[in-house]
Design a protein around this ligand. Structure first.
Ligand code: GMT
Length: 381
């Protein structure tokens, strides 16, 4: 199949999922056309089945806001016509689903029928999408997609709760790509760990886009409670609007010397390979890909029980779940793993084993089945 994948190119989970999916589809022989305003961060290797098409919004002084959605729509029309795409798969509803719908209508005037699949990822439903300034467009685009998938049962429930949905929605969980985990720490990983934790301290990590919804301040508070009991270091990977507040909190709690802000990292596994525990105390999380990637590297997860996190992090097995904001319990659970070598070993293995429920080999055929069914329907219609 020739598939156009529309995505955000940044470090966010929806972009990572879309890129890893496209890479895996390309390996299976499909021709993949990524369409975005920048080269996706995880698209770092040449593959003969992969193309990247850049959307360049037109700058004109009259526009206070660049009409990105129109530039994207035109690009979808252009790429579909000239590359002969069979279908479009758009990740994150805003504004990708409505742009795909508009492109589909334009292409009909060129006698081209192209179906599009929308994958809802999280805040396109739970935070931003349900806002009155987007809701009518999101409802329309969901109901008029040729197929809709969501990344967790929890997100499906939220979608049905917040929007007037008149169609089927299929759950296709997020997954770990072929090369997105650290199977065994290598000698250079161990050397890096020694630099971060020279006296054998436990290494705790968190990775996100530092938005409010991630509750990074809870990460710091939990870490402080851990460090009060055992020697430990905290790696904060990522960047975003909350960073300044987090730095201030570290100063207030006088833990700066044990906290490393490592910024955006290309490869999550470089962090996971040297970590003993991953913290994800989010306010809402449709799935929690960051947690799954940690599990896949054998790093147990202490998380909140928001949204789809219980579908990813199995309480008492791959780590522990707590109510949002319960930093006391999160710290207690973390210490119960970190303080004992035996527990550490047990949870590391269980974390890795649990992640095997979400391999690309299980998830890819589910997406392929969705594609085949929309193409089949298109033929019948
Ligand atoms: O919805 C967002 O916050 C953005 C999105 C992204 O692009 O990072 O994240 C969501 O999609 C990920 C991939 O499906 C999920 O793993 C994240 O849980 C989800 N984020 C939230 O629901 C907050």
């Amino acid at each position: 199949m020739k598939i156009g994948i529309v995505l955000y190119p940044t470090f966010g989970g929806s972009g990572v999922v879309a890129t890893e999916l496209g890479k895996a589809l390309a390996l299976k022989g499909h021709e993949i056309h990524f369409i975005s305003y920048n080269q996706p961060v995880r698209l770092d290797h040449f593959h003969p089945n992969i193309r990247y098409h850049e959307v360049r919004p037109f700058h004109y002084p009259l526009f206070d806001y660049q009409p990105y959605e129109l530039a994207l729509t035109s690009k979808l029309v252009d790429v579909t016509r000239y590359e002969g795409l069979d279908l479009l798969h758009v990740h994150y509803a805003i504004p990708h689903a409505s742009a795909a719908y508009f492109a589909q209508q334009i292409l009909k005037t060129h006698n081209i029928d192209i179906p599009f699949v929308t994958t809802l990822h999280g805040t396109d439903i739970t935070l931003v999408g349900k806002h009155p300034s987007f809701e009518p467009v999101i409802t329309f685009s969901i109901n008029n997609s040729n197929a809709v998938t969501v990344v967790s049962q929890s997100l499906k429930d939220d979608t049905l709760k917040h929007f007037k949905i008149e169609r089927e929605i299929e759950v296709v969980h997020n997954f770990i790509g072929h090369d997105s985990y650290c199977a065994e720490p290598k000698a250079e990983d161990l050397a890096r760990k020694k630099e971060i934790a020279p006296n054998g301290e436990r290494v705790i990590c968190h990775m996100s886009n530092f938005r409010k919804v991630k509750r990074v301040e809870d990460v710091v508070k939990v870490f402080k409670k851990i460090r009060d009991k055992i020697p430990a270091k905290l790696l904060l990977a990522g960047d975003g609007p909350e960073r300044f507040k987090i730095e201030q909190l570290c100063e207030e709690l006088q833990i700066c010397k044990d906290v490393e802000m490592v910024g955006n990292v290309q490869s999550a596994q470089e962090i996971h390979c040297i970590s003993d525990l991953f913290l994800l105390p989010s306010e809402t999380e449709s799935f929690g890909l960051a947690a799954l990637e940690a599990l896949a590297s054998g790093v147990p997860v202490i998380s909140s029980n928001a949204g789809g996190l219980p579908e990813v992090n199995k309480d008492g097995v791959s780590g522990y779940l707590s109510k949002v904001g319960d930093v006391e319990k999160m710290a207690k659970d973390a210490l119960s793993i970190l303080e004992s070598e035996e527990m550490m070993k047990k949870f590391k293995k269980q974390a890795y084993d649990h992640s095997l429920n979400f391999t690309i080999d299980q998830i890819l055929p589910q997406y392929e089945a969705v594609y085949s069914s929309v193409l089949e329907k298109e033929k019948i219609d």
